[in-house]
Structure formats: C-alpha cells, structure tokens
Ligand binder design. Structure first.
Ligand SMILES: CC(C)(COP(=O)(O)OP(=O)(O)OC[C@H]1O[C@@H](n2cnc3c(N)ncnc32)[C@H](O)[C@@H]1OP(=O)(O)O)[C@@H](O)C(=O)NCCC(=O)NCCS
Length: 211
C-alpha cells in the first residue's frame, strides 16, 4: 500500500508540459510550479546573477571556478557552448525558474555527456538557490525532466554521482526513483579535489529491449 501511494505521488509530480519558450529560451518545460528552460546566450545576466547569489553556498559541491566565471561575459560563452551541445544532442542544460517569477533563475539541472549506440545514457547534475531549499523544487524538476529525457531522447539510463556526505542530494535522487549502484573512487573534481562519489542510477522503465 505504501509503495502504491509512493509511485502515484511520483507519477503526479513527474507531469510536465512543453510550452512555448520565452524570447531568451529555445526549449521550456512547465511543471506544477516551475519552468525549466534551455536558454540562449541572451540570458547570461540572469545566469550570472544566480551564480553570484549562490557562490558561497555552492562552493563545496561544485568545480572550483576562476573569478571571471561569475561574469555576464563568461556566462554568455557558457550559454553559447550549451546551445551548441543542445543542438548536437550531447547535452540538455535546463535553468530553473518559478512560474510566478520567470526572470529570476533559482536552479540548474543538466543532462550531460549524452551517448547513444548501445549505451543510450547520460549523467545528470543539479543545484538550487540557497533561498529555495527544502520546498520540493528539485524533486519536481528532476522527476519531470527525467521523464522528458526518457521520452524524447529515448535514454535507457541516467546516472547521478553524489558526494557521500551530501545527504540532501542523496535523499532527493532516492525520492525520484534513482537506485544506489556503486561507489566511484576519486571520481570528480569538487572544490579543488578529486573526491569519491556514490553512484545512483535511474533506468527507463519503458526501454527494456532494443526494437
Ligand atoms: C541537493 C539539492 C538540489 C536538493 O534540493 P531541494 O529542493 O532542497 O530538495 P527537495 O526539497 O526537492 O527535496 C527532495 C527530497 O529530499 C528530502 N530532503 C530535503 N531536505 C533534506 C535534508 N536536509 N536532509 C535530508 N533530506 C532532505 C526531502 O524530504 C525530499 O524527499 P521526500 O519528497 O521523499 O520527502 C539542494 O539541496 C542543493 O542545491 N544543494 C547544493 C548543491 C548540491 O548539492 N547539488 C547536488 C550535487 S550532487
């Protein structure tokens, strides 16, 4: 019975609609409370503003960045690169806003290193505004966007690698149907050091066999 309620909740929260993107975006999904958009370089100021606001909060979970990373100019180049990768089908990098305030970015959710062939898989990474923690926003965004990636990119597998101490992130992926699959030693550079990560995976329930 508990399992049934849990899967019904996941189904409800994973609902999204593809909506007409605003002038700064090329793709937008709308969930119950959020809009997830792949932006054009013209959104660089809003992106830089979000990164500056959260610089200290994100530091211990992110790659070490140079000072210029937090400028509009640098974010414009990152957005150009993101758009190129989006067009080449190798990355889908969403920026998150609430429906009520679409000009203020409150998070990032990126599906990267998309590979096809016999793998059909990718990695996912994400972070949220410090002011917006614990409201269920990342869960809502992750559930909807994983469904989108499974449906429109026909992915078989999405991997999230998380620091063993990041309880909040582990709770978030577990709650979104990811399963712990392993432990990657010195996997990724975080805050200036290659650190161990716990590997979580979500498999597409609808892609069992290749047809
Ligand atoms: C990880 C992060 C994105 C989670 O975002 P969030 O919006 O606070 O998470 P949600 O509110 O959607 O919560 C998701 C789940 O985690 C649980 N959770 C929330 N806060 C928690 C906490 N402090 N401790 C443990 N679990 C917690 C929630 O209860 C929820 O599970 P449930 O629906 O089964 O109850 C956010 O904390 C963040 O940006 N952290 C800094 C950057 C980061 O760690 N990125 C990930 C790197 S792998």
């Amino acid at each position: 019975m508990i399992l049934k309620i849990k899967s019904e909740t996941i189904l409800k929260m994973s609902r999204y609609e593809i909506i007409t993107p605003n002038k700064n975006a090329v793709l937008s999904l709308q969930t119950k409370r959020l809009v997830l958009s792949v932006y054009k370089p013209s959104a660089a100021l809003a992106v830089a503003d979000y990164l500056i606001r959260n610089r200290d909060f994100h530091k211990r979970y992110s790659q070490r960045q140079k000072e210029k990373y937090f400028t509009e100019k640098e974010q414009k180049s990152y957005l150009k690169f993101d758009l190129k990768q989006f067009r080449e089908n190798t990355q889908v990098g969403f920026w998150i806003a609430t429906i009520d305030d679409q000009n203020r970015i409150i998070g990032r959710l990126s599906f990267y290193s998309l590979i096809g062939g016999c793998m059909n898989s990718c990695f996912v990474g994400y972070h949220l505004d410090q002011q917006e923690q614990g409201k269920g926003y990342m869960k809502e965004a992750l559930l909807a966007s994983c469904d989108f990636m499974f449906k429109y990119y026909r992915l078989h597998r999405i991997e999230a690698d998380i620091l063993p101490t990041n309880e909040r992130s582990i709770a978030c992926v577990t709650s979104c149907g990811f399963t712990k699959m392993g432990y990657n030693v010195k996997f990724m550079e975080i805050d200036g050091r290659y650190q161990d990560h716990v590997m979580f995976v979500k498999l597409n329930p609808e892609v069992e066999n290749v047809t």
